[in-house]
Design a protein around this ligand. Sequence first.
Ligand SMILES: Nc1ncnc2c1ncn2[C@@H]1O[C@H](COP(=O)(O)OP(=O)(O)OP(=O)(O)O)[C@@H](O)[C@H]1O
Ligand SMILES: [Mg+2]
Length: 262
Amino acid sequence: MARPAVSIRNVGKTWEVEGRRPVRAIDGLTIDIEPGEFVVLLGPSGCGKSSLLYMIAGLEDVSDGVIECDGLPITAPSAERGLIFQEASLFPWLTILDNVAFGLAIQAEQPERRREIATEILRRVGLGDMLDKKPDELSGGMRQRAACARALAMKPKVLMMDEPFAALDVQTRAKMQDFLLQIWRDSRASIILVTHSIDEAISLADRVVVFTARPGQVKEIVPIDMPRPRNPRDPRYHAYRDHFTELLAAEVDRAFAEQEVR
Ligand SMILES: Nc1ncnc2c1ncn2[C@@H]1O[C@H](COP(=O)(O)OP(=O)(O)OP(=O)(O)O)[C@@H](O)[C@H]1O
Ligand SMILES: [Mg+2]
């Protein structure tokens, strides 16, 4: 079998803030993410999903264990590992085209070529008419697509998304999910997406990693064995939904009980 795109081995994270009790966010986490695989992380609030993405992105250190990308331990951010936040983090003073071209400057492409690549990729995400607009002239869904375009322009091997569609209305969200599956197929990148939506997890994932309450550990890894596009009326879809609802309910209860003790 090919080497995993990301290999998370026995990883723990303790946040230490001066004058506060240290917080054990993640504990003993082991997951392999295959090249081209779509993995969804599902878990109660505060179980360390975002912390894990920051560590894979190389923005934060692991406290224990190791995360390897293509067989090498992660020590710093890299263009090969893109991260998209819940609220699209575009530069408000740049046009959409320049936002996408910006990352390519770091990759030392010539200015002409940068604009060419950026234009091509913005067309691919359906924003060909928006090149000269500023982010605040776009809708939430369009901004998220522009953020995807900026990440994709770097040709990442791993694309991480932290609740990317949480702020969008239901219809736009469904469209964005279709769009994401399409660019995932084209790009062949591995995707690691965090969501609180069970339906989003079932619609998108090859495998869903369900976390326990903090400190986050793997509670269960569930492969979604259904062809795409996945029909919410399919009995298998219902069975997955029931299963995830049950798994999460137990953990959310635990997370709340713990909060009350403190
Ligand atoms: N930069 C930080 N400094 C200190 N503590 C942090 C930091 N980031 C996260 N934490 C703590 O680590 C724990 C896990 O946080 P994290 O944001 O990773 O959870 P999450 O699973 O993404 O939650 P949510 O679903 O609410 O986004 C929390 O207790 C949080 O307070
Ligand atoms: Mg989070």
